[in-house]
Design a protein around this ligand. Structure first.
Ligand SMILES: [Zn+2]
Length: 477
């Protein structure tokens, strides 16, 4: 195994005067102008023909007098790096915020237009252009709304809405994987409420971490939350929806009595292996949208419950660090490639591949792909609050490890940020197998990738910690 880590950009901003924090927030509509449109989130292409609730790019811009940062959360499933980079370039040109100080991430709603070619879903180039423009617009509008502000942060708990979806199950219930092997030790989404279940293969992170922003007169301006839940679903067929991410944004606004410009934001935490199914005690089937509203309500209640005790301040200092790393791509060996070519060449319908044929196609693609890939990592700090951005579907235990090792008092991880590089299991989870480890366009990083990513982001946090320690800021806060 080889990996190389090289630093392309390290930007550290700091400022030592107290009390001049400014904030601005905006939610810009990114719902497609034309329907039908391809939706991601499933192996076969599905078409959206209606809109249940509007999709948005939600931005929070913070400024401390020297450094400005933009945090942008987008109602989309998967967004490729080139769209993130293009949108940041436009936003930076129009606001002067350096691209390295802009974090853009998808929520992972599975009912948004396809923005990345994956499985058998292909994006509409016109929508991609619109999406890019609207992401940038959201930063521009939020930046234009900068006003003196106070911020506070806290952590609520919502342990009952999340479950690890990878399970050890009785061997007789283990199915063959699409590579024709039966050596997986865990299964994703095993049959619920059955006696084949043994135990989950990983943990969940119950924390809902939030950053709350208010005007100097106390009026709520924005709240950015972070929770590790893949998505909820239960959307009626053919409908676009921001899922519980959008519902949370509305509900937290109501609870905090935010005005019409209040922007609630839910970012996705490390949730690559976490969903909302209760495997041991399955719930009866809910009506469309009921479940996502219910989860949003519980999470918003949790945040609201601790929000009253949060201290607010206007002297938090902003810092950012951005690095690129290069990782190996997992490639099929000669035997695997031969099997893949046979399967793919004999596919009955090249436009509608079955699972084995689809993974065969992915193996051929990965064989032809570059041997390495670059990933962008970011860490931002707001006083004693740290934010880590990773361009993958990150397993919960990785997020927990970063939180544990962070030298900042409160830390959270935003996944699917600044690009898309597939699932991020740990090496131990790779050894267990299961869907998230199956080599494909959505799981292709070297098996040690999480080790490198965790080490790098912790080092980045440590460098920001050292900056803060050297500064004249009052500590800890
Ligand atoms: Zn997903």
């Amino acid at each position: 195994m080889r990996y190389s880590v090289f630093v392309l950009v390290v930007l550290v901003g700091h400022h030592c005067e107290a009390g001049n924090l400014q904030a601005g927030a905006a939610a810009i509509d990114i719902t497609p102008l034309k329907l039908p449109v391809s939706m991601t989130g499933s192996f076969q292409d599905r078409k959206a023909t209606g809109v249940h609730d509007r999709l948005h790019a939600r931005s929070l811009v913070l400024a401390d007098g020297r450094t400005r940062i933009a945090l942008v959360i987008i109602d989309s499933c998967l967004i490729p790096r080139n769209i993130h980079d293009k949108a940041k370039g436009i936003a930076s040109g129009r606001t002067g915020i350096p691209t390295s100080c802009i974090l853009t991430a998808a929520t992972h709603t599975h009912t948004a237009p396809t923005a990345l070619k994956a499985a058998q879903c292909t994006p509409d180039p016109q929508y991609l252009e619109y999406l890019t423009k609207q992401i940038a617009e959201s930063v521009v509008v939020a930046n234009g709304r900068l006003q003196p502000a106070e911020i506070g942060w806290g952590v609520a708990a919502a342990p009952d809405q999340i479950n690890n979806r990878r399970w050890f199950i009785k061997p007789e219930a283990m199915t063959a994987n699409p590579f024709g092997r039966t050596d997986d030790l865990v299964r994703m989404n095993p049959p619920r409420g059955t006696d084949v279940l043994i135990r989950p293969a990983g943990p969940v992170d119950p924390d809902v971490t939030f950053l709350s922003v208010r005007a100097t007169d106390g009026a709520a301006l924005s709240l950015l939350a972070n929770y590790g839940l893949h998505y909820v679903g239960g959307i009626a067929p053919g409908q676009l929806s921001a899922d519980y991410f959008g519902a949370f944004s509305r509900q937290i606004g109501t609870r905090l009595k935010g005005g019409k410009d209040f922007v609630g934001i839910m970012s996705n935490g490390a949730s690559g292996d976490v969903n909302n199914y209760d495997f041991l005690n399955p719930r009866p089937r809910a009506a469309s949208y009921e479940r996502m509203e219910r989860v949003a309500e519980i999470v918003a209640d949790g945040v609201h419950g601790v929000h009253g005790a949060v201290p607010f301040r206007s002297d938090a200092v902003l810092r950012t660090c951005e690095r690129e790393i290069e990782l190996d791509v997992r490639k099929p060996d000669a035997v695997e490639l031969k099997r893949a070519r046979q399967l793919f060449d004999n596919a009955a319908d090249a436009q509608r591949l079955n699972m084995e044929e689809l993974y065969a196609q992915e193996s051929i693609r990965l064989h032809d792909a570059d041997p390495t890939v670059r990933l962008k990592l970011q860490t931002f700090t707001v006083g004693e609050l740290a934010i880590v951005a990773i361009p993958c579907e990150v397993f919960a235990e990785i997020g927990l490890e970063i939180k544990r090792r962070s030298p900042f008092r409160t830390t959270f991880v935003i996944e699917l940020a600044n690009g898309y590089n597939g699932y991020l299991p740990t090496p131990q989870q790779h050894a267990l197998g299961g869907y998230e480890t199956w080599r494909s366009g959505w799981s292709y990083l070297e098996t040690d990738a999480s080790t490198t990513i965790t080490e790098t982001t912790v080092q980045m946090l440590q460098s920001l910690r050292a900056e803060r320690n050297r500064s004249a800021e009052p500590q800890p806060d």
